[in-house]
Each structure stands twice: as structure tokens, then as C-alpha cells.
Ligand binder design. Sequence first.
Ligand SMILES: Cc1cc2nc3c(=O)[nH]c(=O)nc-3n(C[C@H](O)[C@H](O)[C@H](O)COP(=O)(O)O)c2cc1C
Ligand SMILES: O=C(O)C(=O)c1ccccc1
Length: 389
Amino acid sequence: MAKHWADFQYEIYLNGMTGAVPRLPTDLTRLEELAEHRLAPGPMGYVAGSAGDGSTARANRAALSRRRIVPRMLRDVGERELSVEVLGRSLPAPLALAPVGVLSIMHPDAELAAARAAAAQGVPYILSSASSTPMERVADAMGDAERWFQLYWGKDREVTRSFLDRAKAAGFSVLVVTLDTQLLAWRPRDLDQAYLPFLHGAGTANYFTDPAFRAGLERSVEEDPNAAVLRFLGLFGDPGKTWPDLAFLRAHWDGPIVLKGVLHPDDARQAADAGMDGVVVSNHGGRQVAGSVAAADALPRVADAVGDRLTVLFDSGVRTGDDVFKALALGARAVLVGRPYVYGLGLDGQAGVEHVIRCLLAEFDLTLALSGHRAPGTVSAADLVEEPG
Ligand SMILES: Cc1cc2nc3c(=O)[nH]c(=O)nc-3n(C[C@H](O)[C@H](O)[C@H](O)COP(=O)(O)O)c2cc1C
Ligand SMILES: O=C(O)C(=O)c1ccccc1
């Protein structure tokens, strides 16, 4: 019998013969509550929190939940193959770890633990620009495993150029440019605690070790860390950017470029016109525009508009294997998962991140099979019904 991601289910049951149970819940929607009990309020609020009254984050979940799968029977699903082609590379499953900054607030091993977990499971790791670990150290920890670099496309052209050069030299293959965070949104959970990780000692070492970033400081990061934090906050975003500015990135990055945070079909068309290779349909996990469209509601419209020209990826609200299935049915080629693996990291380090990846993909594999599919490529809108909102 071929190895399936679903075999993790038997592994858990067999471990149970010696009385062992998993260290973390296998229903990944329960991780947040567990993390609320175990982690410090500042970091926890930063990760779990979202924009405004939290309605966008809730809408993300509701939009997935409203779609229901209609399983098909007797379709020979004994042998399955979950691999997918994404941006010219073969991934073992339609999943990547989303870029999440300053992971040192969750665990001392921070991005190194997340990257090692992704590498161990063969899933791409997307490293945030705002990583608390320099990108070269993350690359070293990953061997030749698939890694992508997320860029905050900020105000300082030399820093951008330096990041692109460093990322290329460190073997990051895909550039993910985040468009929805040119300003940090109104986030009451952080504001009420006056908590911003960088102002609480969690450095963005990826910036702070960058030669172009350091060149703009009057005194060194070590002498005046607060000035470094202020410089970071002043330049990581640039609300002045417009579509023609993408030409600079296209000219300085040879590999695939994906724009993250696209929700409108016309923006997706502009991405294609600008020579981009993909988009991530995302509202940043509800952390940016309060009251924005749920990412899963935006997905089919974007996929219809550019599905034949661009690789369409999806994130915001993915928690379970059936969410992955639904995202594919709504037009995504693959999904990114954010908070669940960050809670896994905070609760159990690298092992916690691996737990999240394995649960998500085991559950996805089982959902696929039980719904009548042998591979992600045959999942379509015909597999879903939509309940009235
Ligand atoms: C604590 C935290 C930090 C994040 N930092 C970044 C970042 O540095 N760059 C980025 O593009 N997105 C960042 N994101 C957004 C994620 O990449 C992703 O879009 C989002 O978490 C997906 O939603 P989910 O958490 O519901 O899965 C962050 C999200 C969280 C929760
Ligand atoms: O908090 C976030 O959502 C985010 O994207 C971010 C922004 C700046 C630095 C680190 C993370």
C-alpha cells in the first residue's frame, strides 16, 4: 500500500496501544483556546488578534463553513496522490506555511523551528521579511528544502534590493510580495495592551542584520536598538506604491513573483498584466481591513478572472482538512496556513508545527478520499453547495 498522509491516523491509534495520546489536539480549531491558556497575553493577543472588532476573521471562518461538501461514492479512492504543481515546482500536497513575522515571541527556536518542521514534512516554508532570524540562518537550517521569501515592499529601495539579493543567494525560489500591509491596521487587542512585539524586545533580526538597513542608522542597532525599531516601523511599509512600481521587482527577481493580499478580480488582472506569476487571495487572516470581504468569498471571483493566467493561492481562515478541500473547490491551487502552526510552535516548538502539518494533511487526505477524489486536481465547484448566509 502506498504511503498516504492519512496514515498518520493509524500511527496515532497504534501509539494508543501503549496508552500514548497526542500532545496537542487533533482538532486544530482547538489550538487557539489552548494557547490562550498557556501563552503570555501580549504575544497571544498579537497572534490571535485581528483588525477592528474581529469581524473579518470571523467572516473568514463563516465563509468556509457556509460551503458544504457533497461527497460522492464508489469512485475507487484506494490509491491517492496529493502532489500538485505550483509555480513550476512539484509540492507533495497543496499546502505551504504562511509568512509570519517575529516568531521569537512564540518560542525561542522561532523561525528555525517552523522552517525545520516544514522541511521535515516537505512543505514549502515562506519566510517573513520581519523574521526574528536572519534569512541566511533559516536557509542553512533547511538544507535544500523548498523555501520562499515574503517581501514587505517598503520605502527604502536599497533595503528591498538587498533583501532580494540575499534571498536569491540563500536559495529562496519564489518571491511573495505582501500588498495589504503598507500600514499596520487598527488592532484593538494590541492597542489595549500597548503591545507591539518590536517594542517589547522581539527584534526583526532579518532587518537589523541587513547591511542596507544598518547603513541608514546613525548609531548601530546594538548601541541604539530603539532607533532601529523606529527605522523599521518607518520603512517596512509604503502606502505610496502603485502598480507601475512592480516593474522594479520584476526587473530584480528572476524567479516567480506572487502578490499576496489580492481580493478584487481587477487587481488580479493587473497582477497578470504586470508580469506576475501568481496571487494569494488573502485578507491577512482578518488582521488588516475590518469589515472586508471574507477571503473565501473573494476566491472564486479571482479564480474566474485569472485562473488561466496566474497561479491562484489562498489563505485566511484555513483550520482543517475540509477547509483545504473547500479552498481548492473554490479555485485555489494550494493554500497557506497561518495561525494554527504558530500556535503549534508556541505550544510545542518544531514538534508542534509538524503536528499541525500532519493533522491538516491527514484530514485533507481523508476528506478527499471520502468525498470521492484520488487527487486535488479533480476537486471543483461541483463538490460544494452553499448554505444561505
Ligand atoms: C502573528 C502574525 C504575523 C504575520 N506576519 C506576516 C508577515 O510578516 N508577512 C505577511 O505577508 N503576512 C503575515 N501574516 C499573515 C499570514 O501570512 C497569513 O496571511 C494569515 O495568517 C492567514 O490567516 P490565518 O491565520 O487565518 O491562517 C501574519 C499573520 C499573523 C497571525
Ligand atoms: O502582524 C502582521 O500581521 C504583520 O503582517 C507584520 C507586520 C510587520 C511586522 C511583522 C508582522
